[in-house]
Each structure stands twice: as structure tokens, then as C-alpha cells.
Design a protein around this ligand. Structure first.
Ligand code: BTN
Length: 248
């Protein structure tokens, strides 16, 4: 059972709790299609049995030990600014982790890593009308107390700190962090947000061998372009990559 964030102005003032559901993103989408959903409504579950990740992957999370929830955002900005939505969400999660003593990095486009291991995944699904995102479902899976059977390359807050956390308190603290970044994003001052996001970008400025079309590509991440594509400086100049076009 999770309660709403009492002092919330934008996010988490309304919370729908389902003990068990296939995917909080899919379930919240159904509520959104039903209409009259308040901006910032959150749907959260204890047991997500068909969690979805990026690019058709599954999101596995033990029941009752982690946070798996989705946030409904009405009118989430212009279509060509969709990466800014990703930036504000990511920064909110990074703020929460930092306050919990766990500074993290963001691996482009939006995996959250600590010591190179994934602690949080984000799945943002936008509905488009004209040039606007008419609504967005922002799904967040954060490994909080899971200690065993973590997927390879994953970690959790408890594994890193050595102690279990209250899921209810973590949920509220995370919503508070997201809310402050939401306010910044809505104020339209997006360039400082982008700068902060870039300062937490995993491998930025560090030479690395990437994989592109199955072949190694030595280069150095320099940032992102205006639409959020990754820019990499290579011996042939700066190259730009969309999601799935480069792996590392
Ligand atoms: C990824 O890293 O691939 C994204 C994972 C996103 C998982 C969250 S858990 C809550 C929400 N509901 C889903 O089905 N997926 C997202």
C-alpha cells in the first residue's frame, strides 16, 4: 500500500495502488484512455509480473522489495523537445539517489548506473497529437531492497548501502525530488537542466571503444544534439547516433 504525497502540487497527489499488475505503464495507459486523469497521477504496484523495458526488453523486479511505478503527465511539451522530459525525470532520480548517499551516472539515453551497474530504468511512452506530447506515461523501476537474483549488471540501493530502506518513504522522497525538477522543467529554463544532466553523463569525455553496426568504433562522447541524439567525437569527426544505433 502506498499513500499519496500530501504536500504535492504537481506529482503524486493522486496515487493508484494495485497489489499486482502486468505493467504499471500499460495499466496507467488504460486509465489515461478512460479520460479525466489528473496530471501527476501515479500508479504503483508491489508485484509487476510483465514489466516492460526499453526496446521491447522485459523489466524484472522481485515483488514487494523495489519501486515500480508510472506517472501520468498531461501535455508534456513539444514533440521535438521530448528529450527534455527525459532529462528532468533522470535528474529527479539522480537527486534522490544523491540524497540517499548514492551518487549515480546516467548512461545515455536514460539508464541510471552506480559503479557501472544499473540501479534504475526509465520507460517514457509519449502520445502525440500534432506537434505536442498530449500525454506521457513515465515508468520508473528502481531497485531498492532487492539483494538476490538481480539481473546481471544490476545493483540495488540496499546492496550498495548494506541496509534496507522503507519503500513508502523512498517513494515519497523520490516524488519530492521529481517534483522539484518538474517545476524547473515547466518554468522553461531547460538549458541549466541539460548542463546538469551532461555533467552526470557516463563516459562523457572518456575515450572508449563503442560498437556501431557490429563494428568497434573508438571515440569519445561529447554530449547530445538538440533532439537528444548522442554525439561522439571519432577520428573521422563528430558522429551522431540515435537510440539502438550505438552500444557500449
Ligand atoms: C529499461 O531500463 O529498459 C526501462 C525499464 C522501465 C521499468 C519500469 S518499472 C515501472 C514501469 N512499468 C513498466 O512496465 N516498465 C516501467
Amino acid at each position: 500500500m502506498y499513500t499519496p504525497l500530501e504536500e504535492s502540487i504537481h506529482l503524486g497527489g493522486k496515487v493508484i495502488f494495485l497489489p499486482r499488475t502486468a505493467s504499471t505503464n500499460s495499466e496507467l495507459q488504460k486509465f489515461a484512455q478512460g479520460g479525466n486523469l489528473a496530471n501527476g497521477t501515479v500508479l504503483i504496484t508491489d508485484e509487476q509480473y510483465a514489466g516492460r523495458g526499453q526496446a521491447g526488453n522485459q523489466w524484472m523486479s522481485q515483488s514487494g522489495v523495489n519501486l515500480t511505478f508510472s506517472i501520468y503527465l498531461s501535455d508534456a511539451g513539444e514533440v521535438n523537445a521530448q528529450f527534455q522530459l527525459n532529462i528532468f525525470i533522470t535528474l529527479g532520480i539522480l537527486d534522490f539517489l544523491k540524497k540517499s548517499g548514492l551518487p549515480a551516472k546516467v548512461k545515455w539515453p536514460n539508464d541510471i548506473l552506480i559503479h557501472g551497474k544499473k540501479i534504475c530504468g526509465i520507460l517514457i511512452e509519449n502520445s502525440i497529437g500534432g506537434n505536442r506530447i498530449t500525454h506521457s506515461i513515465v515508468g520508473i523501476g528502481l531497485n531498492v531492497n532487492q539483494q538476490s537474483d538481480l539481473p546481471q549488471g544490476a545493483t540495488s540501493m540496499a546492496q550498495l548501502t548494506g541496509s534496507a530502506l522503507s519503500l513508502q518513504k523512498s517513494f515519497h522522497d523520490l516524488l519530492r525530488s521529481l517534483e522539484s525538477r518538474y517545476v524547473q522543467w515547466k518554468s522553461g529554463k531547460t538549458s541549466p537542466l541539460k548542463e546538469e544532466w551532461l555533467s552526470s553523463l557516463y563516459l562523457k569525455g572518456e575515450p572508449h571503444i563503442f560498437t556501431v553496426a557490429g563494428k568497434p568504433l573508438p571515440g569519445t562522447i561529447s554530449g547530445i544534439d538538440e533532439t537528444g541524439r548522442l554525439t561522439v567525437v571519432t577520428q573521422d569527426g563528430t558522429q551522431v547516433f540515435g537510440f539502438k544505433e550505438i552500444t557500449f
